[in-house]
Design a protein around this ligand. Sequence first.
Ligand SMILES: [Zn+2]
Ligand SMILES: [Zn+2]
Length: 358
Amino acid sequence: MKAAIFVGPEQPLAIEDVTPNPPGPRDVVVRVAASGVCHSDLSIVHGYVPLPPPCVLGHEGAGTVESVGADVRKVQPGDRVIASFVPACGQCWYCMHEKTNLCENMFAASMTPRVTLADGRIASCMTGLGTFAEAMTIDETSVVKVDTDLPDEQLALIGCGVTTGVGAALNTARVEPGSSVAVIGCGGVGNAVIQGARIAGAARIFAVDPVEMKRKTAEQLGATDLVDPADGDPIAQVQALTGGRGTDYAFEVIGLPETIVQAYNTARRGGTVVVVGMPRMDAQVTLPGWQLFSDEKRLLGCVYGSAQVQRDFPRFIGLVETGRLDLGTMVSRRIALDEVNDAFRAMEAGEVIRSVIV
Ligand SMILES: [Zn+2]
Ligand SMILES: [Zn+2]
């Protein structure tokens, strides 16, 4: 089968024919129907997150179960599933404490060798998935069965971007009705945060992004105020519209130290700051000590939207089916697997919200 392989930092993904390794008794073979191209894939290509090559990239996907190992009970062939990029083992300390997004088995899943390349080398798969392929062999704990008629391309987005963004608003921050929200960075995940804030009933949603297309999309998806950093300091722009106080919630959805500090300074005193973007592993963030103390802001990390995938994937599907969550607008381009490198270029050029491999 064809797969897109990470072969080393700053090199284009290699589209190669690979042979899946034999599945184990707890494995599920999924025919990939759609896979979103996410910024985290690009971060690996850039070497921001060290991942040993060769590795099949892609961690946002949906498809249909083709076969299951002898011990698999959760799904059967023919089931529609969304892959979860953090397994939910159900047995580790975090899973037992309703924090499956922090499941201790994540590292083991991402290290499992899954395919053999033509030259005989063995490759693992990003986060234990590897959705940039025609099929993937994944652990039972990484699949969520879904019962819906929604298109594959929309289900794929639930696998990462939508769950991360909507979950950041609903689960991590628990945005309250009538509140004010700033979202810094309006790509796929940022626009999902905006939708989550709208669903939660936020009164004002500030979309901060230098790219006009992204601000326009944000407006379509629920932002009430569009902030272009080219028009002046975005913190001052937001403060001017919030009585000088800043917003009740500020989400950083880029992963840069300077925009994390910006989000911190955009939230009002006593407000909530959520770091949704994935920084480089060696990034350091410097915050003013006095304000950390005296302004009493809540500074929250956010992994996978604090989602419990078995609960939240069906929950988000329900919101899509009833017209409250718009995923169609977030699919900018449908592409083939061998166009994935161009999708990275389009992402960096700010041309797309999401490209989806179908
Ligand atoms: Zn992602
Ligand atoms: Zn676990």
